[in-house]
Design a protein around this ligand. Structure first.
Ligand code: GLN
Length: 532
């Protein structure tokens, strides 16, 4: 395709309507037609990236292969499209301002007064076009975080207005809104949608397509009414009903012709509707899998979004093992030797979650000890892996005060330690070991059985590392280091081979599990949980 096409996805009426899922679904449908597609998210907050945000504020922090701490929506983009995103796929207001201010300090603006328009909007526009220009994508989908009407969103919407004006048919706006159902009146209400579109129009943006989130089927009358009041073609008013799984959404969008409408409006040939074969096969398998596998997730954040990628990776691996994976959240702050049996006994497998800081760590040790001594399939991820080694050091090697430097700087048995180069760091943001690193796997291991490869690359997000001074003692006592970074010698994977499935990984495998390519370690862990 000669020129890159730009699709903007905005949201109105309320937040959390699923702009990320709609953007991913549009991407999926265009990709199925043979176009190269990428998706980016613009977040209107002032943080440079979400790395310093508490998961309670903004859910999980996703990590890209190139080591950027990103919004969790990038996880949806990768899971749906099977693509890899980068730092350029997630921009925040903080990044935009920082870049403009840096340019101002360098003197790049030649004495001009720096203003929101044109300087901030120009920087936003430059970032919108960056991916398209650099990698020649056919489509760049840009999701704007927040809700139309927010003060923070204004510069983004002004940039979209300008880009739509400059690009003509090569730019299009999809606006997602909500149609509430008033039970007392027995009616669906379109007024909030009308108001939200008016708000967009007052900013100079006419949405081309409306996607209406609803809990009840919208009749033709209602669609006609929305179309008429909002200046949108009737067939460009699409409904998005609640689905049992988010992975159904692309199919429901395709049935209503969302992708054909986009192509038509952008002056591209519509042609035949692709069959989405492998995607449908995944969904069929998912619907047929009714037998359950119960996985306990031990962690301190009792909030779904905080472990988004782990939940998705587990549920995908469940489907590929023909099971419905049910995750039970187990709050590590409440786990004690007295209640651990009661809490864990019905689980087929346990995940020890990632995390930061000492809160809830002692409960993780309690869970790990129970799993290790009862041979429950156990998967430790990042802090979870570190806890697996600490528990082993305390209860098998007999180092009672064993700990991570993160939890206790003074421990005499720092089995998890801080690297010299990390010690010097004073800034919190973006300074951890981040992004993809290589790992070489021992052929005689559960990890190798899963990956079927000696060389892998996985994403990291942590500051502390396994202390190699203890490696020999661990191995002699039965915990093997089966994955190691070939350059630094840092330990990436630990296992207890005498147990059914007891694996800890310093990296985050959950980030790279996708719908059509589930992650080998999650597949193997779920299989072990089923076999238990
Ligand atoms: N807090 C640990 C570290 O920084 C683990 C981080 C994580 O689980 N992502 O090393």
């Amino acid at each position: 395709m000669a020129e890159t096409k730009y699709i903007f996805v905005t949201g109105g009426v309320a937040s959390s309507l699923g702009k990320g899922i709609i953007s991913s679904s549009i991407g999926k449908l265009l990709q199925a037609r043979g176009y190269s597609v990428t998706i980016q998210k613009f977040d209107p907050y002032i943080n440079i990236d979400p790395g310093t945000l508490n998961p309670y504020e903004h859910g999980e922090c996703y990590v890209t292969v190139d080591g950027h701490e990103a919004d969790l929506d990038l996880g949806h983009y990768e899971r749906f499209l099977g693509i890899q995103t980068t730092k350029a796929n997630n921009i925040t207001t903080g990044r935009i301002y920082k870049s403009v201010i840096d340019k101002e300090r360098r003197g790049d603006y030649l004495g001009k007064t720096i203003q929101v328009i044109p300087h901030i909007t120009d920087e936003i526009k430059r970032n919108v076009k960056l991916l398209g220009n650099k990698y020649k994508f056919d489509f760049v989908i840009t999701e704007i975080g927040g809700t139309v009407g927010d003060i923070e969103s204004l510069p983004y919407l002004e940039s979209i207005r300008q880009l739509k004006w400059e690009m003509g048919k090569n730019a299009l706006c999809v606006h997602l809104t909500y149609v509430p159902y008033l039970a007392a009146a027995g009616e669906l209400k379109t007024k909030p949608t009308q108001h939200s579109v008016k708000e967009l129009q007052s900013l100079g943006i006419q949405p081309d397509i409306l996607v209406l989130r609803t809990e009840h089927e919208l009749g033709t009358g209602l669609r006609k009414k929305v179309a008429l009041f909002c200046n949108v073609d009737e067939k460009a008013v699409i409904q998005s009903l609640d689905m049992p799984t988010i992975y159904e959404v692309p199919l429901r969008m395709q049935e209503q012709g969302l992708d054909s409408i986009i192509l038509q409006k952008m002056g591209l040939p519509v042609g035949e509707t692709p069959s989405l074969g492998p995607w449908r096969a995944f969904l069929d398998r998912r619907h047929k899998a009714t037998e359950m596998v119960h996985i306990g997730l031990v962690g301190k954040y009792d909030l779904q979004d905080a472990y988004k990628s782990i939940l998705e990776a587990v549920s995908q691996a469940g489907t590929y093992n023909d099971r419905k994976a049910k995750i039970h959240f187990i709050n590590s702050e409440k786990l004690t030797d007295a209640n651990v049996e009661e809490e864990l006994k019905d689980m087929d497998g346990i995940i020890i979650g990632p995390g930061f800081g000492p809160r809830g760590v002692e409960g993780k040790f309690v869970a790990i000890k129970y799993c290790r001594t009862h041979d429950v399939p156990t998967f430790g991820i990042c802090l979870g892996m570190q806890c697996i080694t600490i528990e082993f050091a305390r209860n098998v090697l007999g180092f009672e005060d064993a700990n991570s430097y993160e939890m206790n700087e003074k421990t005499s048995h720092n089995v998890i330690d801080i690297m010299e180069e990390q010690k010097a760091i004073t800034n919190m943001g973006g300074t951890m070991r981040l992004g993809a690193y290589e790992c070489v796997i021992d052929k005689d291991s559960k990890a190798y059985e899963a990956y079927q490869s000696e060389h892998i690359q996985e994403r990291h997000r942590h500051r502390y590392e396994f202390n190699n001074e203890y490696k020999e003692q661990f191995e002699a006592a039965g915990m093997k280091c089966t994955g190691v970074n070939p350059e630094s010698g840092l330990v990436e994977i630990v296992e207890i081979p005498t147990l059914k499935w007891f694996v800890g990984v310093q990296f985050h495998p959950e980030y790279s599990s996708t719908v059509l390519k589930p992650h080998p370690l999650f597949l193997s862990f779920i299989k072990a949980a089923i076999d238990k």
